[in-house]
Design a protein around this ligand. Structure first.
Ligand code: NI
Length: 177
């Protein structure tokens, strides 16, 4: 079945080579308690299961018009997220991130307004390190170490937060105004 496309979004990019066909999954919405759970490591999940999960997450993210999606957002409390910082600009760069460990690189902090597919129409300005080192497993197993900046550093931190039950709501300044 072809994936229907939303008006105003670029075409859904092809999935990375080697992934199975992805299926659309339902995105869990706040305040579903799974969004507050601490996800378990993904290590140990069978490789074919993990590849299917990644394919489903990428398709679901693209279809929803997002740049990142974490497994708890489709109801799976495992430490997996997918991201693509550039597909909306016509330069797809999908990443599949398994059991990530993030470390700030340098001490620069930047503010950016973030949205979340699980909290529709509720953008929040969030201060985060602008550069990070990201260590993670990929589908082939070996540990990867990459440095990210810009939108990719932003997305990776947002999605990694999901794996610890942290949401952009937690960054809102309390205000009665
Ligand atoms: Ni989110």
């Amino acid at each position: 079945m072809p994936v229907p496309e939303q008006a105003g979004l670029p075409a859904v990019p092809p999935l990375p080579a080697g992934l199975p066909k992805g299926h659309l999954r339902e995105i869990v919405l706040y305040p579903d308690p799974i969004l507050r759970s601490i996800a378990l490591p993904a290590k140990g999940i069978a490789a074919d299961e993990l590849a299917q999960l990644a394919a489903d997450m990428l398709i679901t993210m693209y279809h929803a018009g997002g740049r990142g999606l974490a497994a708890p957002q489709i109801g799976i409390a495992r430490r997996v997220f997918v991201m693509d910082g550039f597909w909306k600009e016509g330069a797809p760069a999908p990443r599949i991130i398994i059991d990530p460990v993030l470390t700030p690189l340098g001490d620069e902090i930047g503010d950016m307004v973030e949205g979340c597919l699980s909290i529709p129409d509720h953008p929040v300005s969030v201060a985060r390190p602008t550069r990070i080192t990201l260590r993670h497993l990929d589908l082939d197993g070996p540990m990867q170490v990459i440095d990210l900046d810009g939108i990719e550093a932003r997305i990776a931190q947002h999605e990694a937060d999901h794996l610890d039950g942290r949401l952009i709501l937690d960054f809102q300044e309390s205000s009665n105004a």
